[in-house]
Every structure is written in structure tokens, then in C-alpha cells.
Design a protein around this ligand. Sequence first.
Ligand SMILES: [Mg+2]
Length: 229
Amino acid sequence: MYKHLFFDLDHTLWDFDRNSAECITELFDTFRLADVGIGSSDEFSRHFIAINQQLWADYDKNLIEHGYIRQHRFPMVFRALGVDESAVHADLNTEYLRLLPRKTHLLESARELLDSLSGRYTMHIITNGFAEIQALKMASSNIAHYFTNIVTSENAKAKKPDPLVFRYALKLSDANVSESLMIGDNYEADIMGAKSIDLDTVFYNPARQPVSNPPTYNIGHLKELMAIL
Ligand SMILES: [Mg+2]
């Protein structure tokens, strides 16, 4: 029934949280943040994850620009930790951006899933990330070869959940709505966005978040997708 599978990248295939936490731990050591009064890399990481997540959610809702995230996340983390060390904020951000896309961890079963689908479906990525960074993440984690088209908010000139992104992706891939499936972890961006043009959807929902408007499939583990496809 399906020919084209459209995957979100961050938190759906590429293990953003684990990769990001690894970077934060490295930054904590490299920048000797214990010396400026941050208790532990875990504490630093916990604050960073919460603040970064909130900023990306605001970005998805078009409340802030991408540059705002880069400029403000570390100052916000330091403020939350009660540490005043503004001289290192910009360098931390630069180093974080350099390290992050070089990280290689995928979510559990992601590679087995892609291997099992490869050759049976044409697969693509639709991501709100930035072309250069997302390409580097896919190269680092060795998954780029599975995908035919990589649609980013940059080249679609709109971002999920905007229906324009999904229409752009279908057109680029020469795919019809009825033969396509969108798979993602973000209910608003991936699921509601795809549903707005009547695409079937798989909500990768490991936290079992309750949803008002159900997706076609709701899964808690990527392995469940192998039974569907
Ligand atoms: Mg995602």
C-alpha cells in the first residue's frame, strides 16, 4: 500500500538526547565548568536539555528565530544554574555546534529498521533542522545512503507543521498522498502537519503521550514499525 516513507530525523532515528548529552559532558570537561561553580555535568546536561527543548518548541511554533536559540541557550542555562560566566557562552555554543552533528548514536533498532525497509520502500527525510548540520549527522551515523530526498525547512522554505513542507516533499519525491507515510516523534510538527494534507502517519511516541486526534499508527518502539510495514 505504501511506497514512500518520510521520516523525521531528530528523536525519531538520530538519538538527539544521547548525542547532545555526550556533547554537554565533553563541554563540561573541556571548558572546566566545575571551576566556575557548576556542580556536575549531569546538572549542566539536565538544564541544557530542558532549555534547548523549550527553545526548539518555540522555534517550531514560529515564536523565535533559529539565531535566537544559538545566542540564548547557554546564557539561559548559566542563569538557571545561578552562574555568571558570560565570557564563555559564545565559545560553548560554537563548540556544541561543531561536536553535535559528529555524534553517531541512533535510537534503538533504528538501523535494523532501515535495513529491513531498504529496497522495499523509497525513503526520505523531512526535518526542521538545517541542511548542512542534518547532512553531517546522517553521514556521522552512516544512514545517509538509505534516503533518496532530504527535505529541510531551509530548502522547503517552511517548516513542519506547515503543509507546504509536506507538499514540497511529495512533489520532490514524485509521490502521492495515498502511497506515502510520515513517521515522526513530534505530535504537532510531524503528525498534525502530515494530517493536514491527509497523509497517513506513524506517531513514534515512546512516552505514550495521550493524543486528541489520533495518528494512523501510534507506536512506543521503532520495532513496532516492522510489523506495520
Ligand atoms: Mg523529531
